[in-house]
Design a protein around this ligand. Sequence first.
Ligand code: ADP
Ligand code: MG
Length: 703
Amino acid sequence: MSLEKFFDPRSVAIVGASQTKGKVGYEILTNMVAAGYDGKIFPVNNKADSIEGLKCYPDLASIGEKPDLVIIIVPAKVVPSIMEQCARLRVEAVVIITAGFKEVGPDGRALEEQITRIARQANIRVIGPNCLGVIVPSNRLNASFGGDLPREGGIGYLSQSGALLAAILDMANANGIGFSKLVSIGNKADINELDVIKALDTDADTKVIAGYLENITDGDAFVRAAEEISFDKPILLIKSGGTAAGAKAASSHTGSLAGGETAYEAVFDRAGIVRCNSIKTQFDYAQALASQPLPQGRSVAVITNAGGPGILAADAVERQRLTFAKLSEETVTKLSARLPAAANFYNPIDVLGDALADRYQFALETVLDDPNVDIVVVVLTPQAMTQSAETARAIVEIGKRKADKPILACFMGATKVEEGVMILREGNIPQYESAEQAVATIKVMTEYVRWRARPKRVVKLFPVNRRKVDTIIQRHLRQGLREIGEADAKEILEAYGFITPKGAIATTAEQAANIAQQIGYPVVLKIWSPDIVHKSDCGGVKINLKSDEEVMDAFDLMMFRMPKRVPEANILGVLVQEMCSGGKEVILGMHRDPRFGPLMMFGMGGTMVEVLKDVSFYLAPLTEDEARQMLVSTRTYQMLKGVRGEEGVDIDLIAEGLQRLSQLVTEFPQIQEMDINPFIVGPEGTTPVAVDARISVEPENSE
Ligand code: ADP
Ligand code: MG
C-alpha cells in the first residue's frame, strides 16, 4: 500500500483548526505554515473567518474541492460526523489526532469501531486516532503538533507513542539528525505498523526504518513480510515490554520459560530486526546505517590524536569480537613517510596531540585505501592545537569522495568539539560521544551484514508417520482431553523418528523385576499416573536400579509412599524403563505463541531447567542452520562440546531432534505446548533418547 496521500499531499484540510494559542488545532496549523508547506492549507472551523491569515471554512464541503489529506482534531464524539463528511467528499487519507478512543475504555472503543467502519466502507485510509501526526521534511510537511520540522535525512521513523515521538523530534532537532518521514501511528485503527514499514521500504528517501512499538497487530503478516523488508533496509525497533496477549497458565517447561517478550525476540531474530533498548542507541545505529555503506568485513582501524582513547577503542573492538585491522606494509610505509616520527603507524594510528586537520586527512585517506581495513573510527580529543571544525570538514569531504567504507567519528568532549560535531552531522558522518558507542554501532552493522548473508532458509522434511499422530490427537480432542499421556506421547515421538526408552508397566513388585530382567539392568522406575505431571518432584522416579532386589524394594517403597504424598492421584502402577547412561540431558520444547505461532526452545535439560534458565528460543519451522544456532547461543553448548578433555556429545543429532520437533508442531497446530525433557544425548555415533515428554493439545483455532 502506498501512503502517498499522507506523505505528499497537494492540499491539507485541518478540521478543528483553532485560533487559540496552545490548542492542538492552533499548533498544527502554525506548524504547517511555519514548515513552509507549498500546497494548499484549508483550516476548517465554523466559528472563525480566518486563522493566521488563512481563509477558514465552516465545513469540509464548503472548501469546494477535495483535499488530499484531512487532519482531524475535533473532540472524539464529533469525529464520526467528520468522517461521514470525508466519505461524502471521497477523501482518501485522514489523520485523526484526537484522543479518547480505544485507549479510554469500552465507550471509546465503540467510537473507534464506528470510525473504522465508516473508513472501510468509504475506502478512507486512516492514521490514528490518538496520534501526533505525520512529518515529511523533504515536502515541508509538518502535519503534527510534535515540534519544529526536522532536517531531511535517511531515517524513517514510526511510533506507537506520540509523546515519545515528540521527545525524539526535540532530541533530533537539537543534534541535527535528519528524517525521511515521521509517522505517529497511535491506536492503529486502520493503518498499522506493518503498513508504515512497507511504505518506508518502498520510499526512496528512507535508508533505515526505525520505530517504537508496544505491540504488533498482525503477527502472521509481520513475520511473513519483515524478513524481506529488513533485507532491503535495516529495521531498528524499540519494543516496550508487556504481558503476552492471551498468555495461558503454562503446563510445560517451555511455556513457563517463554516470557511475554520471547516471541518478539524470536520474530526479530528471524527477520534480522535490530532490537534497541533506548532511543540513544537506536539513533546511534540509525545514523550510521542511514549515512554509511555497509561494511564488507569486520576489520576496524582507529585513528586518534591521543593514546588513551585509542586504547579504549581497541578494547571495545575486542569486547565486541570484531577484528582489529592489521595495516598492510604499504600503509605503514606511507604513514611513516608523512607523519612525525613519534606517531604510531600501526593500528590504532596515533597522529599525536598536535595534529592539525591535514594530518587527520592524510591518515584517514591512507587507511581507507588499505585493503585490510573495512571500517574506520576517527577519534578526536580537543587538545591545545586541535582543529575540530577543520578536521570535521576534512572527514566529511573524504566521506563524500570515498563512499565505499563506513567512517564513524568520535569527537570527545563538549563545547570545544561542538562546531565540529555539527559539521559532521550535517555532512552525514555519524558522530559518537565515546569509542564504546561507535564500536557498538559497528557491531550492529556487521551483524546485520552477517544476517543478510545467511544461507537461504531451507527447512528439511523428514519422512514421518503423520496419520498415526493425527489419530492420537483427534482421539484426545474428541474425549475432551488436553494433556497427552506418557504412552501416547511416546507413540507420537516415535512416529516422528525419535527413539524412546524401552519399558512396560508393572502393577506388582515381581512383575517389575521380570520386566527389568527383559530390558536388562540397570533400569529406572517411574510412578505411572495420569495425575502426576512432574514425577521426580514427589519422589516418583528411581534411577540406576541394578538388581531384582533393588527393583522390588523400590517398587514397594514407591507404592507405599506415593498415595501419602499425592493422595488425590490415581496411581495405575509403575513404569519400568531402560536406563540411558553416559549421556547429557537437554530439553527440546515448543510453546505456541498466540500471535506468532510455534516458538521452539532448546536448553540445558533435566530437573534444573527452570532454575538455570539457560535456554534459547526461535520461531518454527527451523532450518538446520537455525537449529544449530539455537544450540550455540546457550552456555550449555560449551558443556555439550566437551570441557577439559571430556568427550563431547553429538551436536548434529540434537539439532536434528529440534528440526523433527519443529516439523511435528508445524504439521499439528493443535499442539499447544510440548517438551521433551530429558532428551539424553551421548557421544557421536550413539542414538539420543527422548526419555520423558509432555504434550498438550487444543482444538484448532481456539483461543
Ligand atoms: P519428571 O520430569 O516427571 O520428573 P523424568 O522422566 O523426566 O520425570 O525423570 C526425571 C529425571 O530422572 C530425568 O531428568 C533424568 O535425569 C532421570 N531419568 C529418568 N528416566 C531416565 C532414564 N530412562 N535414563 C536415565 N535417566 C533417567
Ligand atoms: Mg522430565
